[in-house]
Design a protein around this ligand. Structure first.
Ligand SMILES: [Fe+2]
Ligand SMILES: [Fe+2]
Length: 169
């Protein structure tokens, strides 16, 4: 049996949480933060794209799913803007770290809201077959989009298992 749509979405959420923790860890050097930021950015962008296409677009088309999907898409946009703000060449200093912390907080808030609220709404709206189909299509698109975004940053790669990893120097 294939993994459920929500289990698959959750797998990426855990990767995002772990990368957010590493991004603002007190011991991290600037070089480590830069590398972790790129990995996080790839994961956030790839997950948001696949999740929008295979969860929120179908939800948006239903009356009971309209409000949740709008809310989620707006948060994806806010997260994207924070990533843009952090995509500067100088990643040293307090200001950059403060923005990185804001990104971490925003991401954690968004994931919690999805898991506690939006996925529950989706669970009631989508039938079993639909969830199964969307889960498979989401996962395929996630891996494809990770590769696409990772290719934009020479220091990030995607493993044969489809996970975002630091590229060998
Ligand atoms: Fe999301
Ligand atoms: Fe998500």
């Amino acid at each position: 049996m294939s993994a459920s749509l929500f289990d698959l979405l959750h797998e990426s959420h855990e990767i995002q949480r772990q990368l957010c923790r590493r991004l603002t860890a007190a011991r991290a050097s600037t070089a480590q933060r830069e590398q972790v930021f790129l990995q996080l950015k790839v994961e956030l962008e790839a997950h948001a794209a696949a999740e929008e296409r295979f969860l929120y677009v179908p939800l948006l088309m239903t009356d009971p799913g309209l409000s949740s999907s709008r809310h989620a898409l707006s948060e994806h946009h806010q997260i994207e803007e924070l990533c843009e703000e952090l995509s500067v060449s100088d990643k040293q200093g307090e200001a950059w770290l403060d923005t990185a912390k804001r990104l971490g907080e925003k991401v954690r808030h968004h994931l919690k809201e999805e898991e506690r609220k939006f996925f529950k709404v989706a669970g009631r709206i989508l039938d079993v077959d639909k969830k199964d189909t969307l889960g498979r299509r989401y996962q395929k698109d996630l891996v494809r989009m990770r590769k696409k975004y990772a290719a934009d940053y020479q220091r990030v790669d995607v493993s044969s298992a489809g996970e975002v990893v630091a590229a060998p120097r």
